[in-house]
Design a protein. Structure first.
Length: 497
């Protein structure tokens, strides 16, 4: 089944998200869509799936113009979508999740027994390994994704939209997904593959369309180099393989010993964890999301309440101090969620740049803030960190994702620090902003700071780290050098020691 979009236009207020976009997906084709964060990719796919309505343009299937007013219309026309964040009920079985929502289309009611038979039929056809009676909360993320794909295939989807499908997968699960996509293509399905991972695009796509600022800037073959794809995405040359000098590590800066982190019910999330990181090195904590790395990062700056063990910074015990005291001992913290933990959206950029130091000299003296210093500080940091804004008094919430992250980096790295904790520092960023973050972290390394990098991106880990500690179910399963193969790292991330 072929899909064609002509002149699709969609705006949100004065912001033009899609500007007269034309796109053609051929029958039995894997068509990748690349673009910066905010380029308009998801908006376009939400229009195709009926979640949004365009202001202009048309959608055709097999050269016939169709109307898609809601997702049920898309499903009836043979268009399925697997969202980046899975739409599954954790306490339901695979089959129960498949049945949910099926009655909303013209295909009628589907019983549980019918669903189980159909799941087995699809699983056999595409060589999926899946148990219809398994609870969603008890199966790996990669298998949960297969459930979403099977659910789309149950509606007899001929065009399948995959939105950032490898974001939460191990390398092995990613390879399995790419093979699954090839199998679907071989059976005549068309796949729209939305991603920012250039290596995967080149590996599996038949055609690549690049969207920049709401417009299609080109459609190219998968033989196009990663460098050229990146430059098409951002409109300039980009270097995503940073030039990293040889490590000259000093003495231990951070020493974690026998660390245990518990949730509110007393369940152990991080188990007897010990780590050392030296001055002048980047130690990456690699693992699939949800294996305790978020809690570990928060524990080091004393944001976790239930922690035992020892955390020493430059030989001083810091576990049990307040967050403010921890930061003042020389810790920079780039949190996993810049919106929730890194910025106050309603505050100005200038105010966000002094959140850690608003009560301390030279920002304040005897409880009175120096507004002249705050202004000068903001202007200096905005220039140094290339924050794109019209005014230092604009609110943080008005900034793009990349510029928000630059504000967090500017605030944290402008202080005198010994340790930088960078938790998923490039999540949701476009390639231009990623390049900037890489260069700033390497500059801190060159300045003899200890960098603790938490990342689920293997290419990022290998590019930046001097050593890599792999975490699985709250335990370190091994520490390796950055010349490790992706295959070995992927096995370790799956718990193989």
């Amino acid at each position: 089944m072929s899909l064609e979009l002509k002149g699709i236009t969609k705006s949100f207020g004065s912001f033009l998200a899609n500007d007269a976009i034309d796109l053609k997906v051929a029958d039995g084709e894997i068509h990748a869509i690349l673009g910066e964060n905010g380029a308009g990719k998801s908006t376009l796919m939400n229009i195709v799936y009926g979640l949004l309505q365009p202001e202009a343009g048309s959608i055709s299937i097999d050269e016939k113009v169709v109307q898609i007013l809601q997702p049920a219309d898309a499903l009836d026309l043979g268009i399925g979508m697997v969202h980046q964040h899975f739409m599954l009920v954790p306490v339901f079985t695979v089959a129960e999740n498949i049945v949910l929502g099926h009655e909303q289309t013209k295909r009628g009611i589907l019983t549980l027994d019918q669903a189980k038979l159909k799941i087995k039929e699809i699983a056999d056809e595409f060589k999926f390994d899946i148990d219809p009676d398994a609870l969603i909360e008890e199966i790996p993320v990669g298998i949960q994704q297969r459930v979403e794909i099977i659910r789309a295939l149950m509606y007899d989807a001929k065009v399948l939209i995959l939105d950032e499908p490898t974001a939460v997968l191990t390398p092995q699960e990613t390879d399995e997904l790419l093979n699954m996509m090839r199998a679907l293509r071989a059976k005549g399905r068309s796949i729209i593959f939305i991603t920012h991972k250039l290596r995967e695009v080149k590996e599996v796509a038949d055609k690549i369309t690049i969207i920049r600022r709401g417009k299609v800037v080109g459609s190219v073959a998968p033989t196009t180099s990663q460098e050229e794809l990146a430059s098409l995405m951002v409109g300039r040359e980009v270097d995503l393989i940073p030039d990293k000098s040889a490590v000259i590590a000093g003495s231990n800066m951070l020493v974690i010993s026998d660390l245990n982190i518990f949730d509110t019910s007393g369940r152990k999330i991080v188990k007897d964890l010990s780590l050392e990181i030296k001055e002048g090195e980047i130690l990456a904590i690699a693992g699939v999301q949800g294996n305790g790395q978020s809690e570990l990062a928060r524990a080091i700056i004393n944001l976790e309440a239930h922690v035992t063990g020892s955390i020493k910074l430059d030989s001083d015990e810091i576990l049990g101090r307040s967050v403010s005291q921890t930061l003042q001992t020389g810790v920079a913290y780039i949190p996993e969620s810049r919106e929730l933990d890194g910025l106050i959206g309603s505050f100005s950029i200038a105010e966000n740049l002094i959140l850690d130091t608003h009560e301390l000299p030279p920002v304040a003296s005897r409880g009175v803030m120096d507004m002249g210093y705050i202004k000068d500080n903001a202007q200096r940091l905005i220039k140094e960190f290339d924050v794109r804004t019209q005014s230092i008094y604009d609110t943080a919430s008005s900034l793009s994702g990349g510029n928000k992250q630059k504000v967090v980096l500017a605030r944290e790295l402008s202080r005198s620090v010994k340790l930088v904790i960078a938790s998923q520092p490039t999540r949701g960023l476009d390639v231009g902003s990623i390049e900037f973050v890489y260069n700033r972290l390497l500059a801190e390394r060159a300045a003899n700071k200890a960098i603790l990098l938490f990342s689920t991106e293997l290419d990022e880990v290998i590019a930046l780290a001097d050593r890599i500690a792999v975490i699985y179910k709250g335990e370190i399963v091994g520490i390796v050098k950055s010349d490790v193969t992706r295959e070995k790292l992927g096995l370790m991330m799956a718990g193989v020691k």
